[in-house]
Write a protein that binds this ligand. Sequence first.
Ligand code: PLP
Length: 494
Amino acid sequence: MDQNRTPYFQALLDYVDSGVQPFHTPGHIQGNGMDLAFREFVGDNICAIDLTPMPGIDDLLQPTESIKEAQRLAADAWGADHSFFLINGSTSGNQCMMMTALNPGDRVAVPRNSHKSMLGGLVMSGAEPVYMRPEVDEELRMDHCVTPETVAATLEANPEIVAVYLVSPTYYGVAADLASIERIVHDAGKLLLIDEAWGPHFHFHPALPLSATAAGADLCINSTHKMLSAFSQCAMLHQKGPRIRLDRLAMVLKMFLSTSPNLPMVASLDVARKQMATEGEALLTRTIELAQETRARINEIPGLYCFGEELRGRKGIYALDPTKIAVTVTGLGYTGYEASEILRRRHNIQVELADLFNVVALFTIGTTRDAAERLVQALREMARDDRELDMFAPSGILEQRLKRGNFRLPPVPPMRMRPREAFLAEAEFVRFRDSVGRICAETLTPYPPGIPVIAPGEEITAEIVDYVRLELKAGVRIQGPYDDKLRKVRVVKE
Ligand SMILES: Cc1ncc(COP(=O)(O)O)c(C=O)c1O
């Protein structure tokens, strides 16, 4: 296929060129009715292509023309049988995968360190999770991927499982052994669904981990907006092989899409695909080299550690995406949140993610050498031990706990009800600190990385209360609770 074509973007340009007088949504009518300050800032062109589905422009819900061709080009580029554009991120991708592959009561193997949108998929589909333990790295204090051995053991112990759902890569850039897992899952006659939100670039460079489509996943999702150049919220769902019912998938996609998609977003997917298919390898070579060089420089700074290839082969780390720079800052006495604050307030640098121990900086095809230099300089400055104590000195929140040796990531709490049952059950609110033993009816998720500490249906344990309170004290944003200060938590009524 001619990957230089951008049929959908072109259809929008043709509409603008044609000089048609619009009497249709959106109501700003190509910017004419828009607030002037906003329009001047965002520019006339984006307003001109913010249109609505119509003949000649095609309809994302029922594509027959340029979107159909654009999605075929995407499937060709990613090695899928079919690709579908999503405009509500991989969040909707996870929900679509589950709603397509699973029926109420079906059992699905999922890693417990999945993104919270997986839980949304469980609640909607009514499927029942069989949690797989990701490999917990006690040294780096983070979860890695699920191993082929864990998948095989889970299927052996639960032969009624319908599908295996995986997250690979993790937010920190660790990838699973997808080829081995694909063999295990398909040999057992199950479906393989992969959340590859963080790996839309894998398919375009030989030095990156094997992509989910290349591994033969039945369905997988990519956040095209995360690591490639599409606008925020833009993602793709890829389908491959004979196991997925395309009619069901088509119905599900329609259910999750707005009837008024943002067309510049859709066009940005078309263009991001062309960019990867035609220049992806060259662009990514530059990105990978810059990331590797920066990683090595950060590792020369005393007190900081930025893991990389040396960990390949450690349990749960089959391959690594070098473009995620995860810097462990505990050697400086800081939490990741404190380091993130310092980078922002002292150096005007914003990282993608902070957790208790790390900050993660993304290197993408948009990252410049100057930006990398600024990051290294800022980290060097942060690590200087001859600086006077000031407002940016470590608070010591974590250090005391680590020194006492009583810090552990909380074990996965027992599941007492299906997520859907707990989500829909009659609920009440109790003081969070007094909630031990109750069944949680909401999701508590430190964000980022967006992995729930507790999900609906799970028993609130003392370890969970302790950990979440530590996270709150360290300044993390907990997404999910109705009471955003988390003085009270939503639990199933007894
Ligand atoms: C593993 C994973 N899956 C899915 C999502 C949701 O993606 P999106 O933000 O594109 O909706 C995220 C978001 O961070 C994620 O980390």
